[in-house]
Design a protein around this ligand. Sequence first.
Ligand code: NOJ
Length: 763
Amino acid sequence: MKKLCLLGLFVSLASHTVLAATTPAPIENKDAFISNLMKQMTLDEKIGQLRLISIGPEMPREMIRKEIAAGNIGGTFNSITRSENRPMQDAAMRSRLKIPMFFAYDVIHGHRTIFPIPLALASSWDMDAIGRSGRIAAQEAAADSLDITFAPMVDISRDPRWGRTSEGFGEDTYLVSRIAGVMVKAFQGTGANAADSIMASVKHFALYGAVEGGRDYNVVDMSPVKMYQDYLPPYRAAIDAGAGGVMVALNSINGVPATANTWLMNDLLRKEWGFKGLAVSDHGAIFELIKHGVARDGREAAKLAIKAGIDMSMNDTLYGKELPGLLKAGEIEQKDIDNAVREVLAAKYDMGLFKDPYLRIGKAEDDPADTYAESRLHRAEARDVARRSLVLLKNQGDTLPLKKTAKIALVGPLAKAPIDMMGSWAAAGRPAQSVTLFDGMTHALGAQSTLIYARGANITDDKKILDYLNFLNFDAPEVVDDPRPANVLIDEAVKAAKDADVVVAAVGESRGMSHESSSRTDLNIPGNQRELIRALKATGKPLVLVLMNGRPLSILEEKEQADAILETWFSGTEGGNAIADVLFGDYNPSGKLPITVPRSVGQIPTYYNHLSIGRPFTPGKPGNYTSQYFEDTTGPLFPFGYGLSYTQFSLTDMALSSTTLNKTGKLDASVVVKNTGKRDGETVVQLYIQDVTGSMIRPVKELKNFQKVLLKAGEQKVVHFTITEDDLKFYNAQLKYAAEPGKFNVEIGLDSQDVTQQSFELL
Ligand code: NOJ
């Protein structure tokens, strides 16, 4: 997907007195080195460092290099090869002070090898696998001369209408926080200064996932307790794990845009959390302060942003244009600019660029002969991570795994969709290198393959939606449309189904439907695909749905129609092979939902850890003045934490080591988990805790820990969790983080709903 280059690029800065060079401070002493450098910088050179520009194919390289050599640009993003970035670094080395550039990119779920989208990675609940995906992404990106990524994206998303749900790790604070830390450590490896590491820049700070109505870029209005308790911890976890950067969110928070929010950027991030890294605005966000209605003009926008502590401005020219005048007029102070410059230089220092500006660019003679070479991909790792991220939602009558000897009809618009397989934000991934479901099943079946393929339906029959999805793609339409009438496509698929023993239908969303600016008003599979599913069901053949989508879909009708459902999200370069591994039983699925699947869009929000209420719904007692929607069954279609396996697991003998816990003590919660089926398999044992009575209303339950366990057929194991006072703490009305004595329920389950419970008292 291409990015829009919004703004005019070049600002010419008035020249200022050139300062004399002083004796350089030893590079080992970071603070002294940077202070010394700053003493030599002119105002223009300082402001130049605050400018981050996007490099589009249309941009005049010569001109950019001139600007860099003049000290007017601090870093770029979207230029992603060594040969593209080397001349820019050369230009920086020709600048007066030879301050290196850094090169950034959105490496979100892989760089050249595309791993499953973040929502899918979270579905693995497998911290090793997630970490491996991040490490490989960093290695590949660093080998392509990149120094920093705008990731991880750790916005909690509880409204799947929001298209960027696909980019995050789901609805749960604890799970997302765990993953946030893992991803930062994976990107930064032994340190952001290592040649095979990239700096992590956590985003979008803050609360972007809570945009009103799930509509992208909308406002966020949230109580402080909810922020502290539910939405802020993942960013904090990323920062505590050492993230060198933060990208500031496009949304406003309680009436103040994040980009102008001194409470958020200064009081919370820097003072309370002690963040010492680089704060980058999102694309054009400083300029957007005018549209938000908090800045009269560009001058005021620049002032608000620099005062709030936005160090670098992404792709707008306001800092360059306005900061000198604002300084002269005394509306900002020199220290406002200096603080920002110091952070930029410190980040470059931490990336190892002052020691070696070519650390990740390397020597020209070592450049890969072919950037896209197969040998640069990590296919085996991508396949392994992808299959761990697949979630089996239904498997009636053991429809799955499929027999390789069966005659299979493969239908649906996503069966041969290499672009969609990668998901959105697919970095430098190439569709031509991604394995479609058709490819994966064909490889798995080998010479004996009797796969019958029919497209069956387009992604959508709605021309307006199609045009929207293809709007940003200039070279080729992203969503390919078969011009034949819908009934012809369906008839062909029905014929294929009738000729087969079993039907596999790859249906769902195109990747652009779950992307930035792709909010939806409903969560159904598009209507024309639903028609296809109905027609397939009518054939009476066993029906397997392979869902591809970037958000939970409310597949109420399809849940009844299908014999088996595999949620595959968008599973990356090796997606087709990974899905085939599961379909044919070469891998036993072990994924669990990191987000609740609602029955309908009208039920939103459906997150599992909602606050207790005075009139909770009582199952089996309709119309009794309890909290429910009377037209539909209450409760989710599939709960958070849910996912099946080809084997079965039982949980028995849950025990707490004591019925009381001292503030300084420990409690052991244990359960016997047994693989009662006939195949080896993995499952996720989940620990939830409820604070029954508190000074404030507490959630009905909260995930506090989990373990992914592998058990051979018939094997059993005792799983232990340690509970301490820390697990019981929450932010009270005064935003004090403390545990309160009283009763706690402990629940252990293989999903958030089906649990066994015991209680203890915190003394
Ligand atoms: C805008 C997006 O909101 C952000 O996530 C991304 O990092 C930047 N564009 C740069 O591509």
